[in-house]
Design a protein around this ligand. Structure first.
Ligand code: G6P
Length: 607
């Protein structure tokens, strides 16, 4: 979704802004623009389409001189992705320019009010009201105008503001949208995302809701919503620049798939000390765990499917009922949540609007919240009572891979550690599962190495729409496998609980229909195998996914992908890897824009 960036320093701003915008590309966007202040004039350049066009139009920034500026990538919500609707927006008097990430919910009323006062609008965006409000409220004190404007806005916003009367000062405001300040030497920055800052500085300040920042080349001042200066801690980012670059891979997605053994290891290692699991900063003692009558896992997209897999592990090991709810549904469901409910909110970005809203809804009803989050300092990490970081490192490809498997790793840690405390499994079972969990990074590597034939198989199975089937843990894997396929290859891919085939879907099976059958749940593999036989009898072409050594599957399926044998509850973290690769190679064969699929955004910060 939209991303903003800002720079103030002693050398040309435009190249820094363009570079910052390129690093925000992965969030998803359909137009982009920059504004640079030079002397007492603001020069704006914007384009619909890719940032490469903006580079070209400005000759890499050369045609937009000046040492202070703001930039924006827009993911259209209010108005089409045209040049006019692209940010930055300029006030009628040319004094203010604004970039905005978020949604102004009361923009229609504000727009009518401003039009009645003769302000002229040049776009259909909700954002444009902000720049006119700044002009309206400006009487010589920029900070006061910013505060007054913010007080009129309802919704979510991260704002970057330029004003011709402050030739070296950038203004930034945050309310329910991510915004991070980068602290440099003789220059300062802001961005929606740490990945756009790490090539410039590793020292950052995470702004919180209601805070306003003024940045000059030598100084950063932060104020609370009443205008009082406050002291903010400077955090040190531990990611390095290489982590946010392709490192020789053709796509970020492939790089991130290959990084999974290391990422999952990072998620597990420091939390497993000998025979003990230590969940970072918090330990919930058995008495507190016993006070929970149920667990709700809530999330969106792949994170929701991670929850679907995690549910089996927690229920099986902890004997606690677990509900998995889409955050977009839970937030409006009037949920049965109280002080005896433990809620796990899973989010790679930590900024997904629906997940944040579901968290707040459950919090208001008294639930205890654990956030399972990748991005440090993100909104969900800040709002949760306890946060477990997934430690995947920066994930740039829109379709998540290592973000997903590290979420699973953390869910397995939670399941095992709670089970040990609740004594719901024996010490022997605990030790043996913990030993297996430690082997997962190695097994993921084997799942990658074993399946060198996936490029060929992906061509054979991606010629038309695909069905993914499985039962129980395998069904959860099928859901994520189908999502990956449709996200990046644009092929129609649906997943079904295999037992439901007979209740409708089998009517769609005809000659040559590709079916991907996940058969890693040993207790249910024979059942799924019967479904394989049924769809084959109707002409389907079946690619099965099974544990290494499962010879029965070879005789039934047309092709088989194998993964190392592991306990069923952990099988999703291995089984999903070949399906990620299958989707990757299918998308490659169809010449799709793998890292930035059309219409999708990495961080869905609006409802
Ligand atoms: C988008 C991404 C998905 C992700 C989902 C939830 O749709 O493309 O990969 O699973 O958002 O995002 P979150 O950051 O909350 O995990």
């Amino acid at each position: 979704m939209c991303g903003i960036t800002g720079f103030t320093g002693m050398h040309p701003a435009a190249p820094v802004l363009l570079n910052g915008l390129s690093r925000l590309e992965y969030r998803g966007y359909d137009s982009a623009g920059i504004a640079v202040l030079n002397g007492n004039a603001i020069h704006i350049e914007k384009v619909s389409g890719r940032i490469a066009k903006l580079y070209e139009k400005t000759e890499g920034g050369k045609t937009v001189p000046g040492t202070i500026g703001i930039g924006h990538t827009r993911w259209a919500t209010h108005g089409a992705p045209t040049d006019f609707n692209a940010h930055p927006h300029l006030s009628n008097d040319g004094r203010f320019a604004v970039v905005h990430n978020g949604i102004i919910e009361n923009y229609l009323a504000l727009r009518e009010e401003l039009i009645a006062e003769d302000y002229i609008f040049h776009s259909e965006t909700d954002t444009e009201v902000i720049v006119h409000l700044l002009e309206k409220y400006y009487t010589g004190d920029i900070k006061a105008a910013v505060m007054k404007t913010a007080s009129r806005l309802e919704g979510s916003y991260a704002l970057g503001i330029l004003c011709t009367d402050a030739p070296d000062t950038l203004f930034a405001v945050r309310e329910a949208s991510p915004l991070i300040l980068g602290i440099g030497v003789g220059e300062q920055y802001f961005s929606s995302d740490v990945t756009a800052l790490i090539s410039l500085t590793k020292n950052v300040i995470y702004l919180e809701d209601g805070e306003i920042a003024c940045l000059t080349p030598d100084h950063v001042t932060v104020y609370d919503c009443t205008g009082k200066e406050i002291t903010k801690p400077i955090s040190r980012v531990t990611w390095n620049v290489e982590a946010a670059e392709k490192g020789g891979y053709e796509h970020f997605m492939l790089k991130e798939i290959m990084e999974q053994p290391a990422a999952v290891k990072a998620a597990l290692t420091s939390r497993i000390q000998g025979e003990k699991i230590r969940l970072d900063d918090f330990e919930l003692p058995a008495e507190i765990l016993r006070s929970f009558h149920k667990i709700i896992i809530t999330a969106c997209g792949s994170a929701y499917y991670a929850g679907c897999s995690g549910r089996y592990a927690i229920e099986k090991l902890c004997h606690l009922p677990v509900e998995v709810e889409l955050a977009s549904e839970l937030r409006y469901a009037d949920p049965l949540v109280d002080t005896h409910t433990l809620v796990l909110v899973i989010s790679q970005s930590g900024e997904t609007a629906d997940s944040i809203a579901a968290l707040k809804e459950c919090r208001a009803r008294g639930a205890t919240i654990i956030g399972i989050v990748n991005v440090v300092g993100s909104t969900i990490a800040n709002l949760a009572d306890y946060t477990l970081y997934t430690r995947a490192g920066p994930e740039i490809a829109v379709a998540t891979t290592k973000g997903f498997t590290t979420q699973l790793a953390v869910l397995y840690l939670i399941a095992l550690s709670f089970a040990e405390k609740l004594r719901s499994i024996s010490p022997e079972v605990y030790s043996s599962l913990l030993w297996e969990l430690k082997q997962v990074p190695k097994y993921i590597q084997q799942s990658i190495d074993m399946n060198y034939q996936l490029p060929t198989l992906s061509r054979r199975y991606s010629s038309r729409s695909l069905f993914f089937i499985g039962r129980n843990t395998d069904y959860a894997v099928a859901l994520e496998g189908a999502l990956k396929m449709k996200e990046i290859s644009y092929l129609h891919a649906e997943s079904y609980a295999a037992g439901e085939l007979k209740h409708g879907t089998i009517a769609l099976i005809e000659n040559g229909q590709p079916v991907i059958a996940v058969c890693c749940n040993e207790a249910l593999a024979d059942k799924t195998l019967s479904n394989v036989v049924e769809v084959k009898a109707r002409g389907a072409k079946v690619l099965a996914l099974a544990f290494h050594g499962n010879s029965r599957i070879i005789s039934q399926a047309d092709d088989v992908i194998f993964i190392p044998r592991i306990s069923t509850i952990f099988s999703p973290i291995l089984a999903v890897v070949p399906l990620q690769l299958l989707a990757y190679y299918a998308a490659k064969a169809h010449n799709c824009d793998i890292d930035k699929p059309k219409n999708l955004a990495k961080s869905v910060t609006v409802e």
